[in-house]
Write a protein of this length. Structure first.
Length: 358
């Protein structure tokens, strides 16, 4: 579906005599938002008929921008009351609007709910029907909490996942040899007469290695979620007092020459035949965190990214825009809630798959 829109837009641009290059980020962000919307709320939020969908998309997008901006008041707390960059004001406005919209979705679901109705359940149904077993949680989940959980899924799930696909594509375009290997693997396993499917993914070890290498080199959440020490701690010769905020720099760990050979080169091959994985057990690769607070969306992200990446590469041959060459592709990073490419990837798709999913 998203490869179809890429092809349609590129073809329409070409027919108008305009550039056929597409901004990949746009398609990835909308695809991710739609997937999360469908899983959480069974809604095509970006469908033209969806009244609040686009407004919600924008409100969540702005919320992540405000959340990712370095706040001067964190370093100079006496300025807190002034809100010198207007971050709190903007955050309250956009987050407030996003909450209002989700609240509307939740109310609508409760009003339309028919007991014992037989239909596939989405995440919202599951949250509404949940009842604690009396051990960890006694009762039903209050509606205010349901709204926050749903919102967290959109905020935590959309940007991080679309970002990693964009980085992977950028790295593969910089390394034509690696791109060639992904294509060869896809040709062998899937061919060009049908679309790649989820079931194919386990037969694509090089593609899986590309994902691991991209997560090592460009972890979308570079400092994980901040921790606080609950008591005085001595760790590797350092004394960390109680109540200290601790950040885990997975970006630096991924580039540490003590952990990785030739860490500044993008080499998916390093993971072929290696048992190192990102599931929280190998501490040199923890882009999803580790332990109790490990990313709850890790397996979902893995499925979406691998299938999304495989579809992009199977459906199209990608070319850089005129004047851009692999060696000088801009790979600078933009600081935010997720570390994105500073300059979005504009690339030209040339269709290679015979039939395209609609
Ligand atoms: C490549 C994609 C993703 C990356 C790299 C990523 C990374 C992370 C990281 C590093 C954390 C914090 C873990 C820690 O501090 O130990 C986190 C938390 C979280 N992630 Fe993800 N994530 C991704 C995709 C997703 C998706 C698709 C969803 C859901 C739709 C999701 C939902 C969450 C939630 C709800 C939390 C908070 C968990 C908590 O509060 O304990 N993430 N993620």
């Amino acid at each position: 579906m998203f490869t179809r829109s890429i092809e349609d837009d590129a073809t329409a641009g070409g027919a108008r005599g305009e550039s056929v290059a597409v901004n990949l980020r746009h398609y990835l962000s909308t695809m991710l938002f739609n997937i999360v919307g469908n899983l959480m709320l069974s809604r095509d939020l970006l469908h033209s008929q969806s009244k609040e969908g686009y407004e919600f998309f924008q409100a969540i997008g702005k919320t992540t921008v405000w959340a990712g901006k370095p706040n001067v008041a964190d370093f100079l707390p006496f300025l807190k009351w002034l809100d010198p960059q207007g971050l709190k004001k903007n955050m309250l406005k956009d987050l407030g609007r996003a909450i209002e919209i989700i609240e509307g979705f939740v109310k609508e679901r409760i009003e339309k709910h028919k007991p014992n109705e037989k239909k596939a359940k989405d995440f919202l149904d599951t949250l509404l029907e949940f009842e604690g077993d009396g051990k960890d949680w006694q009762e039903k989940i209050p509606h205010e909490k349901i709204i926050i959980i749903i919102m967290e899924m959109f905020i935590a799930g959309s940007d991080s996942t679309s970002t990693i696909v964009e980085w992977a594509m950028a790295e593969l375009l910089r390394k034509p040899e690696a791109m060639r290997k992904v294509k060869e693997e896809l040709n062998e396993v899937v061919g060009v007469n049908r679309n790649v499917e989820e079931i194919d993914i386990e037969k694509l070890p090089y593609l899986q290695a590309v994902l691991k290498e991209t997560l090592r080199f460009h972890p979308p959440v570079p400092l994980l979620v901040p921790r606080n020490t609950i008591h005085d701690t001595d760790f590797m010769g350092y004394h960390i007092p109680k109540d200290t905020q601790v950040l885990v720099n997975v970006w630096a760990i991924g580039r540490d020459p003590d952990s990785w050979k030739d860490p500044l080169s993008f080499k998916p091959e390093r993971f072929l035949g290696s048992s190192i994985d990102y599931k929280g057990q190998n501490f040199e690769l923890i882009p999803f965190g580790s332990g109790r607070r490990i990313c709850v969306g890790m397996l979902l992200a893995q499925r979406i990214v691998l299938l999304g990446l495989a579809s992009l590469i199977q459906c199209f041959d990608w070319e850089l825009v005129k004047g851009s060459i692999p060696e000088t592709l801009d790979m600078r990073e933009n600081i935010g809630m997720s570390v994105r490419k500073l300059v979005p990837l504009n690339v030209i798709p040339k269709r290679r798959l015979r039939t395209m999913a609609t």
